[in-house]
Ligand binder design. Structure first.
Ligand SMILES: Cc1cc2nc3c(=O)[nH]c(=O)nc-3n(C[C@H](O)[C@H](O)[C@H](O)COP(=O)(O)O)c2cc1C
Length: 402
């Protein structure tokens, strides 16, 4: 699969997840995929235009925070020195700010690929016309894509990259069943110059509930010439194969299936290569992964307490299905240092085999809900005066987060 100038040796992508896909988690996922490639006797050498193990996207970054030069946001986009190609997702509603953020990221060597978030269903974002609400307003959607492409091009030239960093978009199927956007947004993105489209095949209203509509992915594949990344409900290598076979998508994008199971990328790499080998780590192996993840987080953020707060959510995901006592769970939920973590993990019954309960998707599910949109948003796909006022206000506020 190709994302413009970037070749993906394995057509799989770690989906951007806010507060999850930072550099240490991306490293964990990548390292399993690289292990699988080595097991398969494949070349593992990466470059800015060659991703043997696929792409691992940084969590969504608010464009305005970069343009305003907020140090905490720059820390979030920090990549591992050996992480390449580097992939970052931007979010914002203002074309000029989005373009400038893309230029900054690429010119500073922090991104070789920029993805745009048009899929976020969180009310505080959609209510301001952002995330998955935005593709409904076609002219603004296209203006943002064009601005990000121009910014990525300028940044690539400034950095002397030798290629133009490609831009992709991540969309949902629509606002709700009566207001689908996937086909026309995909076509508009392609016309605007996007290198790929990732479709999370649920509407905003569906949030994370029910099953993703893989038929929407297949329909998009039918109409687009650029690659489509299929996203939604891949919880195993077998799911990845099934999605590829059912939809014809060029690549698969995996979110929740990687939570606590970074080895899913090794399994998918094996599966795509026709190999039956799957990772079935024991409790001891998972605990080793946790220790490495914890050390990487502490080193990356430079603050052990903060690293442990980040790690806590991963601990539940990693240990799902293993026998872990209530007292150990409670202490892990409050763990404050690496030394304490080591002590508590040491109390978990050793050598437990991989539990069947670890299979499947972790994290968000929930119910469908009425999308929170700006007043009158669905009345027209034009950016009328009312929508313009909302977008201008949102562009100034800039402080979006999950
Ligand atoms: C905790 C969490 C954070 C997320 N953050 C983002 C984000 O920053 N940007 C984005 O485009 N999607 C985000 N998503 C959506 C995922 O990228 C993905 O589209 C969705 O989870 C469906 O894929 P899955 O079934 O493989 O999880 C997030 C999802 C979760 C569960």
């Amino acid at each position: 699969m190709r994302l413009g100038p970037i070749g993906l040796g394995t057509p799989m992508v770690l989906a951007p997840m806010a507060a999850v896909t930072n550099a240490p988690f991306r490293r964990a996922c990548r390292s399993h995929a690289l292990r699988a490639l080595a097991e398969l006797g494949r070349d593992t050498h990466a470059s800015p235009t060659w991703a043997p193990a696929g792409l691992y996207v940084c969590e969504m970054i608010t464009a305005r925070a970069l343009v305003e030069d907020r140090e905490s946001t720059w820390r979030l986009v920090a990549a591992d020195p050996d992480e390449t190609p580097r992939s970052v997702q931007l979010h914002g509603v203002d074309p000029a700010t989005m373009g400038e953020a893309a230029r900054l990221l690429v010119s500073r060597g922090l991104a070789h690929h920029v993805d745009i978030n048009f899929g976020c269903p969180v009310p505080k974002i959609t209510r301001k016309g952002g995330g998955s609400a935005l593709p409904w307003k076609t002219s603004r959607f296209v203006a943002i894509i064009e601005a990000v492409i121009a910014g990525a091009r300028a940044g690539s030239e400034q950095a002397g990259l030798g290629f133009i960093a490609p831009v992709s978009v991540k969309i949902r199927s629509g606002i709700d069943d009566d207001h689908r956007v996937d086909i026309d947004a995909g076509l508009a993105a392609q016309d605007a110059g996007a290198a790929a489209v990732c479709l999370h095949a649920r509407t905003t209203a569906e949030y994370y509930s029910g099953s993703a509509h893989w038929d929407h992915i297949g329909a998009l594949v039918e109409v687009l010439d650029i690659p489509v990344l299929g996203n939604g409900d891949i919880g195993s290598a077998e799911d990845a194969l099934a999605m590829r076979d059912e939809t014809g998508c060029a690549g698969v994008e995996v979110g929740r299936g990687a939570q606590g199971r970074p080895w899913i990328f090794a399994d998918i790499a094996h599966a795509l290569a026709g190999s039956p080998r799957r990772s079935r780590p024991s409790s001891d192996e998972v605990i080793d992964m946790i220790r490495t993840h914890a050390r990487d987080l502490a080193q990356w953020g430079g603050d052990e307490g903060h690293a442990m707060r980040d790690l806590r959510k991963h601990l539940g995901w990693y240990l799902r299905g293993f026998r872990v006592g209530g007292d150990v769970k409670r202490r892990l939920a409050r763990v404050g240092s690496l030394a304490e973590l080591d002590d508590i993990l040491g109390e978990i019954e050793p050598a437990q085999p991989y539990p069947a309960a670890a299979e499947g998707l972790h994290g968000r599910t929930g119910h469908s809900r009425r999308p929170k949109l700006p007043e009158g948003w669905l009345d027209t796909r034009e950016v009328d005066a009312q929508a313009m006022a909302v977008l201008e206000r949102a562009a100034l506020e800039g402080e979006f987060s999950y």
